[in-house]
Design a binder for this molecule. Structure first.
Ligand SMILES: [Zn+2]
Length: 403
């Protein structure tokens, strides 16, 4: 890796505080909101061309100029491939639409969380972190555990009790410390904040550190690489829990526009389960932020985020792109997951199935016009099959940590 990162700083959109980026930091020191990475895009434009990106070997680290990691030696990678893009023909579900899917199930930990954790752990390691922790409903924990193993960093995950047991087993197999917590991801975070002080660990919760978001930008960079400026999807349909991926894709498209490489940004449609839809409700109500969804809430995988942090960033991504929010009953999503497997050969997971299940409502509401190009972003079902032999041995002594 010879190219360098054009990371120039961190900024808070809520209070306009700017922060020097090359030290470990979580949220804005002034107001506690999310810090976003900024880049010297003028400098990047002088040395970069779209063809140069496309010509490099595949994978998310080919976008290193617009990723925050300074040194090639710091990169924690499991060899992330460019995730597959498939054309779909589903006349019953979406007639008259140029329909595509991008499937992040092909990434090393079976979900788009690989992108986030590759970047976040690379940057944490680069800035001197030895241990990280996060609350999770599952796939983020597995990714943190896997990339933590690769980085030889200590990882502690606080999993919601309703998460599939094989996810906890998989995290343990990667050497992570796992605690399961009754309740939602908010309760899991509360448990983490109770346990972690004094341990010298860095929090990797959604939107509470700057760099997971940077990893999700690579989803949009790959879409741009695949389709080019003239063929970008008109609409990207995205299954939304905390909304990090939506905010990241919007940031990436905004950076591409600032580079002068694209003009229009795809309209982003956030899909949530009707039983837990705080972001969709805020979009429909015109609220600047999402209020917490009242519980109790059935477990809906990665879509179970009743109180998304920094929802302002997600809502502005959807609104500024010209997009919208759509909620779908979870029973329909479950039924659609089986339909998707049978009719496409794709293991979409519950989250990905939500994008298919939302299509009738999206078309009925006129959010997509006939002939438009629509991409369903399948965030990945995760590693769904634990390896029992590994899980049994998960308590065995691990390799020595980096010294
Ligand atoms: Zn602030």
């Amino acid at each position: 890796m010879t190219a360098r990162s054009f990371l120039s700083g961190l900024e808070c959109r809520a209070c306009c505080t700017t922060v020097e980026p090359d030290r470990l930091i979580g949220v804005c020191p002034t107001c506690g909101h999310t810090l976003l990475a900024t880049y010297d895009l003028e400098g990047a434009r002088a040395v970069l061309a779209p063809a140069g990106w496309t010509a490099r070997p595949g994978g998310m680290w080919r976008y290193r100029e617009l990723l925050p990691v300074r040194s090639a030696d710091s990169v924690v990678t499991l060899g992330e491939p460019e995730s597959p893009v498939l054309r779909l023909t589903l006349p019953d579900l979406a007639p008259d639409v140029d329909l595509w899917a991008k499937n992040d199930g092909a990434l090393p930990t079976g979900a788009f969380k690989s992108r986030e954790m590759s970047v976040a752990l690379s940057r944490a390691r680069e800035l001197g972190a030895r241990a990280v922790f996060l609350p999770s409903t599952g796939n983020a924990a597995v990714a943190a555990a896997a990339y933590g193993a690769r980085a030889r960093m200590e990882v502690r995950v606080y999993l919601t009790e309703d998460s599939a047991p094989e996810l906890a087993a998989t995290c343990r197999a990667f050497g992570a410390h796992v605690r399961t917590v009754r309740g939602t991801i908010s309760d899991a975070r509360a448990a983490a904040l109770d346990q972690e002080p004094g341990r010298g660990s860095v929090e990797l919760s959604t939107m509470r550190e700057p760099y997971r978001l940077e990893g999700t930008k690579t989803m949009a960079f790959e879409v741009f690489d695949r389709f080019g400026a003239d063929g970008l999807p008109d609409v990207i349909v995205y299954p939304t829990g905390g909304g990090l991926g939506l905010a990241g894709m919007f940031k990436a498209f905004t950076e591409l526009r600032a580079l002068g490489w694209i003009e229009a940004i795809p309209r982003l449609i956030a899909v949530q389960a009707a039983e837990c839809a705080p972001l969709v409700r805020a979009l429909r109500d015109g609220s600047p932020r999402a209020e917490a969804w009242p519980g109790p809430i059935e477990f809906l995988g990665g879509l179970t985020v009743p109180a998304p942090f920094a929802s302002e960033r997600v809502l502005e991504a959807v609104r500024w792109s010209g997009g919208a929010g759509v909620a779908v009953p979870s029973a329909r999503i479950h039924a659609t997951e089986r339909l998707v497997a049978r009719t496409t050969g794709i293991v979409s997971g519950f989250e990905g199935a939500a994008t298919f299940a939302a299509l009738p409502a999206i078309l009925k509401e006129g959010l997509v016009r006939p002939g438009e190009r629509v991409m369903l972003y399948l965030t990945g079902g995760g590693i769904s099959v634990a390896i029992p032999r590994l899980a049994e041995r998960a308590e065995a002594p691990g390799l020595p940590t980096r010294s």
